[in-house]
Ligand binder design. Sequence first.
Ligand code: FPP
Length: 241
Amino acid sequence: MPVNSDISKLKIPTHLAVIMDGNGRWAEQSGLARTKGHVAGIDALRRLVECSLKYAIKYLTIFSFSSENWTRPKDEVNFIMRLMHHYVTSDLDKLIQNNVKINVIGEREGIDNSILDLIKKAEQSTKENTGLRLIIAFNYGARKEIVNACKKIAKQVLGGKISIDEINEKIFANSLYLPEIPDPDLILRTSGEYRLSNFLNWQAAYSELIFIDEYWPDFNEKIFIRALQEYSKRNRRFGGL
Ligand code: FPP
């Protein structure tokens, strides 16, 4: 199907999750500092949010900083932190106007108070919104999320609230960060890397995975539609026939 042939026939994932990868390589290929790639990544994120609004995606999860990203040079980590601050500060009003509801998932430990305050403000000021749900995975790692869920359940067992035999997938899923959010239908990763990198591993059990070669800063509506065209061709069986 050529791009723009019949957009009305596209299957729209209810929950789209995106691994925004390749900022650094995008910058390096043009002889720029890696930080320039992250700045361009913010514009690409804005295009992704616009596409998600335009095509009525209900849930959009973005991987903006992984718990492993702390191992990067300190300057780069600080830069990404400042960028998170910049993105939320500069775009919050527009997101509110667009009826977007924001949630941030990930560990809060180690995050600057100024960013924590901003996260609180973003979640608080959009909590009644009913449109696109924007979930920002920030200082997020799936294994950590799963370990935290185990601890919560272990405490319930020790407190006598449930027995070990009662632990099931539903109870487990309910102990993750945002239990009310349906699992992602589609996980999209840019930059030609073929892995999940500790992103939503529990929730991704039946997600369709699409990997594209473009670096994240080059993301645009054309690429978005191409990914949805590919997704529309997939036959989801969830283990059935
Ligand atoms: C991947 O590129 C991107 C990141 C590690 C984080 C930065 C993400 C953005 C700037 C988008 C929006 C961010 C926020 C905070 C809302 P990479 O640095 O891993 O690229 P590489 O694989 O080419 O080195």
